[in-house]
Design a protein around this ligand. Sequence first.
Ligand SMILES: *[C@@H]1O[C@H](CO)[C@@H](O)[C@H](O)[C@H]1NC(C)=O
Ligand SMILES: *[C@@H]1O[C@H](CO)[C@@H](O)[C@H](O)[C@H]1NC(C)=O
Ligand SMILES: *[C@@H]1O[C@H](CO)[C@@H](O)[C@H](O)[C@H]1NC(C)=O
Length: 359
Amino acid sequence: MGKVHTLLVFMLQVMYTVHAASTFSNGFFYQDILNGNGNGEIHFNGIKLRVEAQPHSVFAVRGSNVTLPCRFWYEPPLISPRRVRVKWSLLPLSRDHESDVLVSIGHRQRSFGAFENRVHLHKDVHGDISLTITNLSLEDSGQYRCEVIDGLEDESATVDLGLRGVVFPYQPHHGRYHLTFKEAQKACNEQDATVASFAQLFAAWQEGLDWCNAGWLSDGTVQYPIVQPRQPCGGLDLAPGVRSYGARHKHRNRYDVFCFTSTVTGQVYFLQRPQKFNYTMAAQACIDDGAQIAKVGQLFAAWKFLKLDQCDAGWLADGSLRYPISNPRPSCGPQNSGVRSFGFPLPYNKHGVYCYRSR
Ligand SMILES: *[C@@H]1O[C@H](CO)[C@@H](O)[C@H](O)[C@H]1NC(C)=O
Ligand SMILES: *[C@@H]1O[C@H](CO)[C@@H](O)[C@H](O)[C@H]1NC(C)=O
Ligand SMILES: *[C@@H]1O[C@H](CO)[C@@H](O)[C@H](O)[C@H]1NC(C)=O
């Protein structure tokens, strides 16, 4: 209290002096009593706190490290630094509320939830408060807010983090339109993926994804991407685009789903023996080879990022039969590049298998 009292007295003196000199005729000013720098510096309200994030968007792949830029400064510059609180938060693609990522006051830092031990703040005298996130996960994409609070002012800037990846439509073995929203999330997770956002589906449509079954997106809407308008897919009168059924009831309505995945950190390869495998033998063959039967998301990621190209149908973990083609050729299905599917054959049928080995 003694200190506060002294500061107030000091302020009054300064106020009197300023008034007397009438240098700042419209000037009311303040002292940051709780958060001040303790040097008795008076901050006039002409000093502005600025926060900037440049560039506004950053793209990366799963498993990598990324730095989200942010810095702050004062105009005009302060003579001695003020103590600030820095807070990073995330507005995920799939949710409508922000969650805390990291809070830092002085030398103390605290990170939250899935970001614990994965984030650290750059903090230097020049106001760099960029955030580094290690081992990026599929759930990390979204809009990040970098906020500076100095007790008097509260300024922020945002930066979008996008993951480079691939969107694939998914339908479980029991057929079309069987998934509630929650089951859709589980289905994608089981395929090493997450439910795609609208932005991700839109980007995939721009790259040519055309799919005639409607699927859940992470915001709870149900949509489908059409490049070539045709009769069974909404008709010829509708323009190409991502078509929406709007938000659907998450428990009562059932659809397919669009999943999103990013790179694989391991290797996906085709394994075959002369006698071929039924489903159980296929899964065992991968284990015997020091690997695991590959998930659908891993096959899509290997096709997209590693240009996996194999003209042989193979079992995958969900019991489906697929093969990846990067260089289309006459004997290997349609003329476009893609992962082809034969659906879910009976488990005693014999084929090769796609295995996944982590590094
Ligand atoms: C990410 O950062 C961690 C910790 O600094 C480091 O150990 C790791 O090698 C980095 N990973 C990549 C992919 O650069
Ligand atoms: C990176 O995160 C994944 C889960 O997203 C985890 O399985 C893996 O062990 C992590 N890797 C490291 C090096 O921490
Ligand atoms: C696959 O073959 C093995 C060995 O012949 C047999 O034990 C197993 O039941 C078969 N699995 C299926 C799903 O047909």
